[in-house]
Design a binder for this molecule. Sequence first.
Ligand code: ATP
Ligand code: MG
Length: 338
Amino acid sequence: MFDHTHGLSGHRILTGDRPTGPLHIGHLAGTLAGRVQLQVRNRQTILIADLQALTDNAGNPAKVSSNVLELALDYLAAGIDPAQTTIALQSGIPELAELSTLYMNLVPVSRLLRNPTIKSEIEARGFGDSLPAGFLCYPVSQAADITAFCADLVPAGADQAPLVELSNEIAMRINRMAGEEVLPRAELLQSHAPRLPGIDGRRKMSKSAGNAIMLSDEPDDIRRKVFAMYTDHGHLRVSDPGKVEGNVVFAMLDAFDLEPEAVADLKERYRAGGLGDMVLKRRAEAVLQDLLAPIRARRKMLASEAGEIRKILEAGTAAARETVQPQHSRVRRAFGLA
Ligand code: ATP
Ligand code: MG
């Protein structure tokens, strides 16, 4: 995969995922591959955001709890090294919940309702009148996560841009309250594929949209999903000119094919007409099979080590709790609490 981290070093990094299902190749392209690079020269924490996952899964908490270990397994299989990255469970750090409660006092509801990411997620989930207050406020809790770790870098997908912006607004507000720089600004680090589309081509690849290729998918699933990918409905005959923009197969090749010149050449031929979807899909399938085979093999090897992985999580959560203490105290003081 391409490296967009350019040897960045010395940063405090916070990223995370909701334990709502297995990780997919959108995670890999948008953030996970970057985290594997960044863990070497930076102080990186990955938060398994179980409290955040409950904000739209309170009716099915088992979905969240049963995915915690699976998520950790995905990290290790993809190359996250617990000796270099702290993997922590959000619900094991109650300081985060307290910061979140304090920050809620600084954010108008109207500001949350206007947030483009939240807006589209509320629509996609069809909450109607039943929008949980917790879901509306999860960006505030995410600001608590980012600031508690004093993160100055957040490697994440494009959907996170409005959330990092809100976190920075909250941080600046607290700095003004405290009369000194208590919390740093955080910068979003986006990859070359910050918003990988789902195989349906209608929205971003998401665990909850049923449009994802999982890191743990078997070769047959990968093949089936690649051949179901949306290309260009106007491209009926091989000789017809085809559209590259919005074509999911090209999005996959752009994200994962290690020969960009060859992909540029394919785009040219596709646009001109004379190149069939099957040729593209066969190439995309080969690229994805090569990408996922070693991850799947490592995942299978590690799957029998649940006890070890639990220990990694416990140790990571305890270490993360230590890390957030000083920030937590400073923010409490800014609010006049002892
Ligand atoms: P859910 O459907 O439960 O929200 P998700 O697939 O959106 O799951 P998250 O746990 O919300 O995954 O996101 C974790 C991280 O992965 C975030 O940094 C997010 O920006 C990134 N990410 C998720 N999907 C994509 C994607 N399709 N392309 C690039 N980055 C992505
Ligand atoms: Mg999401």
